[in-house]
Design a binder for this molecule. Sequence first.
Ligand SMILES: Nc1ncnc2c1ncn2[C@@H]1O[C@H](COP(=O)(O)OP(=O)(O)OP(=O)(O)O)[C@@H](O)[C@H]1O
Ligand SMILES: [Mg+2]
Length: 516
Amino acid sequence: MAARLSSRREKFRGLSPAEFFYKNREIAGFSNPVRALYQTIRELVENALDATETHGILPEIKVNIKPLENDHVFVRVEDNGIGIPPTEIPIVFGRVFYGSKYQLRQTRGVFGLGVKMAVLYAQITTGKPLKVVSTQNKSKYEYEFEIQIDIAHNMPIIKNMAVREKTFPHGTIVELITEGNWTLARRKIESYLERTAMIAPYATIVLEELDSKKEYRRVSKVLPPPPETGKYHPKGADLELVKNMIRRSKKSLTLTKFLMENFDGVGKKTAENFLTWAGFDSETKLSKLTLQDIEILVRKMKEYEKWRRPKPITLSPVGESLLKQGVKRILNPSYVTAVTRPPSSFGGNPFIVEVALAYGGDVPQSDTPTLYRFANRIPLLYDEGADVSRKVISSIDWSIYKVKFPAPLAIVTHICSTKIPFKGVGKEAIAEVPEVEKELEIAIREAARRLRRHLSKLEKLYEVKRRKTIIGKYIPEVSRALAYVSNLDEKVLAKKLQTMLEKDIKTRGVINVPAA
Ligand SMILES: Nc1ncnc2c1ncn2[C@@H]1O[C@H](COP(=O)(O)OP(=O)(O)OP(=O)(O)O)[C@@H](O)[C@H]1O
Ligand SMILES: [Mg+2]
């Protein structure tokens, strides 16, 4: 018998982005009250850092957390950033997928989503709005708003608004009351801020909790050069992007000019060479292109092998010297080295890998290297097992670098790119892109080779020190025998021999050898 088709009609409707993320909050990291509190603080701190360091301001960030009754938690994050224009405040905090970071440059934020997730979570758990106070350098006033989100329409609801003379030069204060388990989230949040202090040694970060205050004072006043806004690389372009670019361009533009104006590293010669190779007339006007032409153009752009490499002006690596300072600030090792690799790219996206390796001192002993992962200066604390850095570290035979586990070895990996290949919008694990994997391996092995040299040197020094102890033991006997045959004073001889030994040891560099 044939199955009877249901006569019920399907109802169709659209879903606002705010509604989608409200319903699927776990994919943005808001899966339970512990993780949600961690994620809330993370989103606010990352915005605070983007508003400062990306604009050449030395960050001063204050985080204040007070657990309240019924698992409610008060969170306040204050920064000395560039502030937000009052006309933009409601929408940047009240509309999912709205922000200033949809440009091609390295920032911590990318999606235009983070703070809205914090607002949504607070709204559905405690019903309280987000409060924001912000002022810009040039303004005389500070603006205060209380904002919630109209979830169905993905628009801000302004609950309150006030304007007054400003009380601080520039920056933003964000406050909210959300549901969270502070006791359980505390360790992760502290660890997140500690790692932020490691990757940003130029930032002062203060964490005020109910009963305690922790302050990471900046150890450097040097900021890495901020990233510049750049253009797309032709290899990284897709059909939608190119169609959009064409829509926004003058239709009388020739293909050569279009490529030169819109893409990274494309001069007249490069454009002409490519167009000839791809079978296009370089003088063709945009208005003459059919959809099929555009499809072929984009396909050929991806296939062409002679583009210049993507320029890394959009990137802002921390640099070897600052990275070492950051690692020393937090881990206090007896040895540290850092490697910043030259720029590379995957699919037309420029990226730079940096690695630091710390050994000994206060670095805890562990059966595998302790890993500190960062992407665009964001510490990544969850999903380490799924991350490309852990994969690379596990594939290395550390005994060839003279490391015997358990060992006090920590490895810091930092990947910066205009497109970090995150495995999800929660921004926790980096996918195994072969180009990134290769760069990571080169950098880690380079740092490991330096560690091996350091450990070999130490080994030699210990050997000399051991010999000194043994030789020292024979001095009384040798001086007694010498005194007997030479008739010289035994004590004087012993003293001279001891001085000779000390001098010899000193010339071999055995001063302040750390304990084995
Ligand atoms: N403290 C702040 N100071 C200045 N601007 C801010 C601040 N917080 C948020 N903004 C502005 O609000 C926008 C939206 O922030 P939001 O966290 O939602 O997205 P994002 O940071 O752009 O990307 P992501 O979703 O990855 O966090 C930012 O792009 C920025 O322009
Ligand atoms: Mg953000």
